[in-house]
Design a binder for this molecule. Structure first.
Ligand code: RFL
Ligand code: PHB
Length: 396
């Protein structure tokens, strides 16, 4: 074959993107005997090391466990009964287990991805990392295909029964759906996130409202903390010294109040994330199916991004299995409508948590936020609503 001819490969499902959505889809399909090829622009090491989300809903944990991915999660994941909500001079624990009988787990997206990459390697699945020029073709026919340039610079083509667009918010899949609707909201603030080599100063996450802005104390393990501060969008992480970061976290998280202290430690990573809500519908066009961030983005305040990607895939895997194995398109045709119900619930919850906790600069908003926080932390009905959304409803 000369250098310019295109090497063609045939598979059942072509998956674009090796984030949690793409990797999990490939894994669940393989368990049903459905073959897939995963195409990814980044390197394998980059994908496995990315620092992102940290909280898994009960249903995500159940699904990963049923899929044979729960061994390290059960050993190293940390089950939390709930969260703390804080506003000046008050910190309240919301116990999800007492309220709704469900809980959440601290197990980072980095760990979930590492487990998925290891499982895919063990299964000998076909992956192409470091690809470029990804393009989707004929997705409205029953012979869709994807073209790309592989890591060695050779042109490639993957023909499939269906294409899964799991390529995040900047990938090409969403653009291959003609028409459709998008809903978008950007927020006038961003999150400054740090990772620090220090034991968490709290047993469960603290979400704090403060006149200076929101702060969150999360964690990754017994010796690694993850913390966030509300900052102006476009803030340069290098413009804050480590001491400034810890001082501001101490102020907003209430260091010294009721004997609670925040222990600082060496900062190993700093990044600033923009915050937006985004939904694209439909999530299907012909034989192209979107899952995860390719179809929707939520601000991180509700810890929903990763869980929503997992929930999409929980629907998409059986739908594609039926399509490929039985030529039965009923679940596939219902996929977009079914998935969007959960997407909009999580979009609302993430917006609600975000607007309840972040400083907007409007004194009227401030009073409403405090009133809302008092209600959620003093009324069982208010707390139960938050718990149900945060811990997530069952996937079925
Ligand atoms: P991902 O993880 O973005 O994976 C998409 C993959 O597609 C690849 N890709 C392509 N591959 C082939 N060809 C192309 N042309 C391609 N274009 C892109 C990308 O390289 C990537 O590997 O989406 P997925 O799988 O849907 O998973 C969704 C979650 O990753 C996401 O919802 C969360 O991480 C969101 N998120 C957070 N969520 C939380 O709940 N809590 C957090 O603290 C949190 N932090 C974050 C985040 C997302 C971030 N991003 C996307 C900027 C922090 C960051 C920095
Ligand atoms: C995290 O640990 O990164 C994290 C936890 C909870 C959130 C967002 C991010 O709401």
């Amino acid at each position: 074959m000369n250098a310019m001819s295109t090497d063609t490969l045939r598979t059942e499902v072509a998956i674009i993107g090796a984030g949690p959505a793409g990797l999990l889809l490939s894994h669940l399909l393989a368990a049903q005997g459905v073959e897939s090829v995963v195409l990814e622009t980044r390197t394998r090491d980059y994908v496995a090391a990315r620092i992102r989300a940290g909280i898994l809903e009960q249903s995500s944990v159940d699904l990963l466990t049923e899929a044979g991915l729960g061994e390290r999660l059960a050993r190293e994941g940390d089950q939390h009964r709930g969260i703390y909500l804080q506003f000046p001079h008050e910190r309240h624990h919301l116990d999800f287990v007492d309220l709704i009988g469900r809980s959440v787990w601290v197990y980072g997206q980095t760990e979930v991805t590492a487990d998925l990459v290891a499982a895919r390697d063990a299964d000998d699945q076909q992956f192409f990392y470091s690809i470029s020029d990804t393009a989707l073709h004929d997705v409205d026919t029953d012979r869709p295909y994807v073209t790309f340039t592989d890591a060695e610079g050779a042109p490639r083509r993957v023909e499939a029964v269906a294409v899964a667009g799991c390529d995040g918010s900047f990938g090409p899949s969403r653009g291959a759906i003609p028409g459709g609707s998008t809903w978008e909201k950007t927020y006038p603030y961003a999150w400054f996130g740090i990772l620090a080599d220090v034991a968490p100063s709290t047993d469960e996450l603290i979400y704090a409202w403060h006149p200076n802005g929101f702060a969150l104390h999360s964690m990754r393990s017994e010796s690694v903390s993850r913390l966030y501060l509300q900052v102006e969008p476009g803030t340069d992480p290098a413009s804050w010294s480590d001491d400034q970061i810890w001082d501001e976290l101490a102020t907003r998280l209430g260091h010294g109040q009721d004997g609670w202290t925040l222990t600082p430690g060496p900062v190993t990573d700093k990044s600033v994330l923009p915050m937006r809500s985004y939904v694209h519908a439909p999530m299907q066009h012909g034989r192209l199916f979107l899952a995860g961030d390719a179809a929707h983005i939520v601000p991180p305040t509700g810890a929903k991004g990763l869980n929503l990607a997992i929930a999409d895939v929980a629907l998409l895997a059986p739908a594609l299995t039926d399509l490929v194995r039985k030529k039965d398109a009923r679940l596939a045709d219902a996929y977009s409508q079914t998935a969007l119900r959960r997407v909009w619930r999580c979009t609302h919850f993430s917006w609600w948590m975000t607007t309840m906790l972040h400083r907007s600069g409007d004194p009227f908003d401030e009073q409403l936020q405090l009133s809302q926080l008092r209600w959620v932390t003093s009324s069982e009905a208010g707390a139960t609503g938050l718990a149900e959304n945060y811990a997530g409803m069952p996937f079925a």
